[in-house]
Design a protein around this ligand. Structure first.
Ligand code: ATP
Length: 947
């Protein structure tokens, strides 16, 4: 059959039969590409061909088609398989091929490259690149070309049958057989020397094909895996059947390798439409390996996951455990801190109970410009300081000292103050407090107490802060207690007491330890303060007046001991109780080695005085520490000043200062030794100075009586009233201007109940008549002893002062109550006139002391109305200066033994006018009355009541 034998519109079957012998195709190709198929085997005309063409010679059939396909492939057009022309074959491929041929023909005639729409093989064979065929037809055709017809036919028939076989397994079997046959046929007629070459070329082609397929397969698998991207989540695919083949390959089954490869190649070639599913042993192995790896990875991932999970559980358990432990620890820590705090409180309470002097140690930092050599301080803890010592102090080269608290060089003023705040606050509760700074010159005493030269909010010292605190508390307690605060500021310079609040304060003042409690510098200005700015102003003024000088050690060395005394009086608005507290803030002059400080002249004199007074302080401390009966307070003005704080019932705190310089280590160690000794001194429990309502009532009664008495007096000009006195100190509260008042007594001298109650039997039994007044005073009732001998002395003084007028008015008035000067002060107008105005500049040393003592009670006692009454002076009594009658030792003895306390000097001097008065004015029974004060001043302690 040829082309013209085909009907106009052939059916598919007709078309197939028309093409089956290949003649049409070959001719068409030769037309398009002349000479492409040199020899076309024509059909025999003498033979009647059956309808199905079965009679067609196999040779003709194969020859034409083979030649056609080879040529078409050479041109680069899509091919088809022989089986496609069989019944049931893929005719579409044949059509594609023909259409491609048509396109090729058109492109040739038009000269334009027409894209081939129907085929996959578009590259010209001349490109030199290896064709990746969808099937192995070309290869097979090449093989077939050189074979004898018969075997090839058989092989091809077998191939056809294989291709139609759907079952892979059976395909494998038939393919392997056919390949075996093919190979055998191929090699059958070859000479032995040609066989290796043929086999080699065969193998090369097989390998090439195999590699291509494997790569392809691998790619397809990878893409499939990536597309799935569920390596870890998708259930593992069961290995396809090919795995078994792969396994067989691995296990080296009976088939020879070459044949197996050939078989697989042909198998792959038959299944080109589903390449990803093809059986590829190399790829399979790699896939298998990869799957293994993936599996391993999965396994390790899951083990890591489970490990992580375990770790997470473990971690959360540990975390919870640690949390619990932390909670317990933090509880324990806070408990520990609480215990520490409690311990500290208890320790302080014990100290308070024992009355120990508290000692805080402060280390000064190196100063700017100082060679920052290594410090002599080896270490510091909260309460312990260790000093590197020169060899002589110990083998280990260090010595430790323990105090209530140790502050390092970095401690701020606020930190230092905060620790002593409770102490300061107790002043408002009626306690007497003394804080003093001790240490070598230049070690930072003034810095602690007042601050540096240029003050800032952070650098202000204890003094300013303490007063600020007092004012704050005062404001807080406004609704319950009404406080008044007064300030004195003095210095002891070369054993002279000077008033720092007076610009012309060169006048010598006296310290009057007239009572067990008393620190008395009565002549010093006392100034009311209502705010911290008042205090700052006063302190500035005081600092300006302070004697400072330059030494080799300190540019601005304090050459004196300074003392800021704060008096506080509070009145409980509900109960009427009076609280009196007093606080001394003392900045001592620094001890210095005169050879080191290189002082001469006045500075040397100052240094000697300073050292002498400090050594007296040391003696006092030593005596107190040893609980000696005799304590030498009177050996210096300093110890006199501190007497009540060191030996009384005050709360006392010493700041011991040390310099860090190694060359000051000797002074440092002796300072710390001294401080340790101070810390061992027990003063006894501090007591608050409270005056209850009962006492006040009694006082009011007394005042009433005095008023009655005063009313009856006919000569008001002889009596001075103090009613107008606005406050206990008789000073102008309106401003903070220092008011110099000579005759003042520190309030603790008169205000402390403890002092008053601590009177001797002799004092209690005091009885006397007021000379010339007819008034008999008996001081023997238990109630009447609440005023101490100071009060009595005052009475004595005043009774003498006013004796004439009183006597004349009420000659026979006798009272069994104490008659302190208060009475006269408050209810005898004009009494004050003649007293305070001492001659300016007059040295009224002893006498003033007497006056002060006498007037102290008047100064401090509250009147019934709540107002204070100012003490009266000795009035017209002589202000003559008298030499001291008693030596210092006697005075010291007095101070340590209240029962033997000598009366104030004034009383002795006042005896003269009293006596004369008594002599002049006999009593009714003809006996003269002597002043009851006699009893207090006799060394024997007897009461000299004259009947
Ligand atoms: N804690 C400190 N921080 C900073 N500077 C300090 C400190 N303590 C002292 N200083 C400085 O050291 C110098 C000496 O201090 P200060 O005058 O207070 O010593 P002092 O013990 O009062 O000396 P003196 O006894 O000679 O009067 C001053 O310049 C002071 O400012």
């Amino acid at each position: 059959m040829c082309a013209r034998d085909l009907p106009e519109e052939p059916s598919q079957e007709e078309f197939r039969l028309g093409l089956r012998n290949g003649i049409v195709l070959c001719n068409a190709l030769n037309k398009v590409q002349p000479g492409a198929i040199p020899k076309v085997v024509e059909a025999r005309t003498d033979t009647v061909m059956p309808a199905d063409g079965s009679a067609l010679c196999a040779y003709q059939y194969f020859e034409n088609l083979r030649n056609f396909l080879v040529s078409v492939q050479d041109i680069g057009l899509p091919t088809f398989e022989l089986s496609d022309l069989e019944k049931g074959g893929k005719g579409v491929r044949v059509v594609d091929c023909i259409l491609a041929l048509k396109s090729f023909s058109e492109s040739k005639t038009t000269g334009r490259q027409t894209p081939c729409k129907y085929g996959s093989i578009t590259k010209p064979s001349t490109s030199g690149k290896h064709f990746i065929l969808k099937n192995s037809d070309a290869f097979m055709n090449k093989l077939m070309r050189s074979h004898t017809t018969e075997p090839i036919q058989k092989v091809l028939i077998a191939e056809q049958s294989i291709e139609t076989d759907c079952c892979l397994e059976s395909t494998e079997m038939t393919t392997s057989e056919s390949l075996n046959m093919l190979v055998r046929t191929l090699l059958l007629d070859k000479k032995p020397e040609e066989i290796p070459l043929i086999v080699e070329s065969l193998l090369i082609k097989v390998i090439q094909e195999y590699e291509c397929r494997a790569a392809n397969q691998h790619l397809v698998n990878c893409i499939g895996d990536l597309k799935g991207s569920d390596l870890f989540s998708r259930p593992e695919k069961p290995l396809p059947e090919k795995t078994s083949t792969s396994n067989r390959v691995k296990m080296g089954e009976e088939k020879p390798n070459l044949l197996k490869v050939t078989e697989e190649v042909s198998s792959v070639g038959r299944n080109d439409d589903c390449a990803a599913e093809q059986f590829q042993p190399g790829a399979e192995i790699s896939i298998e390996l990869q799957q293994k790896h993936i599996q391993e990875l999965r396994n390790s991932l899951s083990s890591v996951k489970s490990g992580m999970e375990q770790l997470r559980i473990q971690y959360s358990e540990d975390f919870t455990k640690i949390g619990r432990q932390l909670y317990i620890l933090s509880n324990a820590a806070s408990g520990y801190h609480k215990v520490l705090e409690d311990n500290r409180k208890l320790y302080n309470q014990i100290q308070d109970l024992k009355g120990n002097i508290r000692v805080y140690c402060r280390v000064r930092p190196f100063l700017p410009g100082q060679a920052n050599s290594s410090s002599s301080v080896a270490g510091m803890e909260e309460r312990t300081i260790t000093i590197i010592t020169p060899a002589k102090y110990g083998k280990d080269g260090s010595k430790s000292f323990t105090f209530n608290k140790v502050f390092g060089p970095a401690a701020t003023q606020e930190e230092v103050f905060s620790d002593m705040q409770p102490l300061i606050r107790s002043v408002l509760d009626g306690f007497n407090v003394c804080i003093f700074a001790y240490g070598q010159t230049g070690s930072g005493k003034t810095y602690t107490m007042s601050g540096p030269n240029v003050l800032s909010e952070e650098s202000v010292g204890v003094n300013y802060r303490a007063l600020n605190d007092l004012f704050n508390l005062k404001a807080q307690r406004k609704g319950t207690i009404n406080y008044e605060i007064f300030v004195q500021m003095i210095e002891i310079y070369n054993e002279q007491v000077r008033d720092l609040l007076q610009d012309s304060g060169n006048r010598r003042l006296e310290i009057r330890n007239t009572s067990q409690k008393g620190l008395a510098v009565p002549d010093a200005s006392i100034v009311p303060v209502t705010s911290t700015s008042d205090v700052a102003e006063l302190m500035n003024q005081g600092q300006k007046n302070r004697v400072v000088g330059s030494t080799a050690i300190n540019d601005r060395s304090s050459r004196s001991h300074s003392c800021l005394t704060v008096h506080v009086q509070g009145r409980d608005l509900t109960s009427g109780t009076i609280l009196r507290g007093c606080m001394h803030l003392v900045d001592l002059a620094g001890s210095e080695r005169v050879d080191k400080s290189e002082v001469v002249g006045d500075r040397l004199k100052e240094a000697l005085y300073i050292n002498k007074s400090l050594s007296a302080l040391g003696d006092v401390i030593a005596s107190l520490a040893q609980k000696n009966s005799h304590v030498p307070y009177r050996n210096s003005k300093l110890t006199q000043l501190l007497q009540d704080s060191l030996g009384g019932q005050a709360k006392t705190l010493m700041f011991v200062h040390i310099s860090p310089e190694p060359d000051a280590v000797n002074e440092t160690i002796s300072t710390l030794k001294f401080a340790e000794r101070v810390a061992s001194v027990e003063l006894g429990t501090a007591k608050a100075n409270k005056e209850g309502g009962e006492v006040r009532e009694l006082k009011e009664q007394i005042a009433c009586l005095k008023a009655t008495l005063a009313k009856k007096e006919g000569e008001p000009e002889n009596i001075q009233s103090t009613q107008s006195s606005p406050n206990i100190y008789g000073i102008n509260k309106g401003n903070a201007t220092p008011v110099f008042r000579k005759n003042r007594q520190p309030m603790e001298d008169v205000g402390n109940l403890e002092v008053r109650n601590n009177v001797t039997p002799m004092q209690k039994a005091l009885k006397f008549d007021i000379p010339g007044s007819g008034i008999h005073v008996e001081h023997n009732s238990p109630n009447s002893v609440k005023n101490c001998w100071v009060d009595n002395a005052a009475v004595g003084d005043n009774q003498f002062e006013n004796s004439n007028s009183v006597r004349e008015q009420e000659p026979n008035l006798t009272t069994h109550t104490l008659l302190p000067n208060l009475f006269y002060q408050r209810y005898t107008p004009g009494l004050q006139k003649g007293r305070v105005e001492s001659v300016p500049g007059q040295e009224s040393d002893e006498f003033n002391g007497v006056t002060n003592s006498c007037s102290s009670d008047q100064d401090m006692v509250m009147s019934a109305s709540g107002r204070k009454v100012v003490g009266i002076t000795n009035g017209g009594v002589s202000n003559k200066k008298k030499p001291r009658e008693k030596n210092e030792n006697n005075m010291t003895t007095r101070s340590t033994n209240p029962t033997c306390k000598s009366p104030p000097q004034s009383q002795k001097r006042l005896q003269t006018p009293v006596r004369s008065s008594v002599q002049k004015t006999p009593t009714k029974n003809g006996k003269q009355l002597l002043s009851g004060t006699d009893g207090r001043r006799t060394p024997s302690g007897k009461t000299n009541t004259v009947k």
